[in-house]
Ligand binder design. Structure first.
Ligand code: ZN
Length: 91
């Protein structure tokens, strides 16, 4: 399956949030932790196992909320992305 790298930045101040390996096309609705490339601190959370241990995904500069923790299909940790809170660019 084709995949590409996406850089997600804060929609308000432009601070880099996450680099992501996205498969397929279409909207970014869920951000799976096991496809996060950067930052490593965020990618490492995939092994924490539970969404209750995930922080809200927020901009480190202005604290805008970008995504909320969720579990997809039982146990795959992800963030539900907040529409309009981020900008994305391919690389
Ligand atoms: Zn920001």
């Amino acid at each position: 399956m084709a995949s590409r790298h996406l850089d997600i930045a804060c929609g308000k101040c432009g601070t880099f949030i996450v680099r992501y390996r996205k498969e397929g096309s279409g909207q970014l609705i869920r951000l799976y932790l096991d496809k996060v490339l950067q930052p490593k601190s965020l990618a490492a959370l995939k092994s924490s196992g539970r969404k209750s241990s995930l922080p809200v995904l927020a901009c480190p500069e202005c604290d805008l909320h970008i995504g909320y923790p969720m579990e997809h299909e039982g146990n795959r940790l992800a963030y539900r992305m907040i529409k309009g809170s981020y900008k994305k660019s391919s690389n």
